[in-house]
Ligand binder design. Structure first.
Ligand code: SAM
Ligand code: SF4
Length: 326
């Protein structure tokens, strides 16, 4: 599938808007309504949309949420994804807190080798302040277990904010000296109405802080499978440090993604509020060709570059991060 001059081969699917965490940078501060069960795309509906998208050229899928492991039946759904023709790469983004040894074993058996965890701090007290849950140890144990079970690469996403967890930049970066993890610092994006008042830290400052404390960062060459992270390595470190810069430096021209939100809308750009409903037509008996046309229409709306302040709305109201999936 082509949008502008870019081939689009990556579908990011949010399977639920529910989450057992309340990360301050993600969850709206004002009361908000969760979707009714019948508003959320059912697994068989997601599988059909994915199959059709794969016929159009999607080869990679990342499952996200909300918290994907908060949705019942997720492992069975993942198993059904693995048999879709043309789908070569399935990965999952999780907060890690609902994983268990058995679930990790199943992921390995299914061939899902790439996991992204969210972890913004190594301090259990700060972890609770940020996420609302006293679950640091569980998450850390699951990261280590996934590592022992051979899941690779393990990517750890950290959103850093001044005064909240900026003092965690160096300890998190230091992990790459001990483990082959990819520690990725993501610039905070002002999406939805969160209660974030702390100042966002841009990537060049994160890089400076790491270099001042841990020494020079050597650029790492990009591979075909790389996402938008600029990658670096500390001298002789097995792990990688990634800087993801949606705010300070757009990577729109390289963006190869389409998103399917938990309520069954296609979102061509995370930072632009245009969404195209596909679940409604699917439930109204649209055939595969009609659904393909909807996917193409959504892709044609993929902007050349985002504008964080733009409010370009399609046929759907504005989403929160938990329903879009990050
Ligand atoms: N619950 C899972 C998790 O936390 O990994 C998956 C969903 S979460 C929405 C996906 C990613 O979005 C996480 O890595 C999280 O750090 C990131 N994220 C959430 N809100 C963000 C924001 N306002 N700015 C930047 N990244 C954000
Ligand atoms: Fe939940 Fe992930 Fe959002 Fe945190 S970042 S509230 S874990 S969806």
């Amino acid at each position: 599938m082509i949008a502008g001059t870019r081939p689009i081969n990556y579908l990011r699917i949010s399977v639920t808007d529910r989450c057992n965490f309340r990360c301050r940078y993600c969850v709206p501060c004002k009361p908000f309504e969760e979707l009714d069960h019948n508003q959320i795309a059912r697994y068989e509906e997601i599988l059909r949309i994915t199959r059709i998208a794969c016929e159009l050229g999607i080869t990679k899928v990342r499952i996200t949420g909300g918290e994907p492991f908060a949705r019942k039946g997720i492992l069975n759904f993942l198993e059904n994804l693995t048999v879709i023709d043309g789908l070569k790469d399935i990965s999952v983004t999780t907060n890690g807190s609902l994983l268990t040894r058995e679930k990790i074993d199943t992921l390995v058996t299914l061939g899902i080798k790439r996991l992204n965890f969210s972890l913004d701090t190594l301090d259990p007290v700060k972890f609770k302040t940020i996420t609302g849950k006293d679950k640091f140890q569980t998450v850390w144990d699951m990261i280590l277990l996934a590592h022992q079970k051979g899941i690779q690469p393990i990517k750890i996403n950290a959103v850093v904010l001044n005064g909240l967890n900026d003092d965690e930049i160096v300890p998190l970066a230091r992990l790459t000296r001990r483990y082959p993890f990819h520690i990725r610092f993501i610039e905070y994006m002002p999406i939805g109405e969160t209660d974030i008042k702390e100042k966002q830290i841009l990537s060049h400052e994160i890089k400076d802080r790491i270099e001042n404390h841990l020494g020079p960062l050597q650029p790492v060459e990009r591979t075909q499978n790389d996402g938008p992270a600029k990658k670096y390595r500390l001298e002789e470190a097995p792990g990688i440090i990634g800087l993801i810069t949606p705010v300070s430096s757009h990577f729109c021209s390289d963006c190869n993604r389409l998103r399917l939100t938990s309520r069954g809308t296609l979102r061509p750009c995370l930072l632009n509020n245009y969404e195209k409903d596909i679940l409604g037509p699917l439930r109204n008996n649209a055939d595969d060709d009609q659904l393909k046309e909807i996917i193409r229409t959504a892709l044609n709306k993929k902007p050349a570059a985002h504008n964080l302040s733009e409010r370009c709305v399609g046929d759907i109201p504005i989403s929160h991060m938990t329903s879009i999936g990050g």
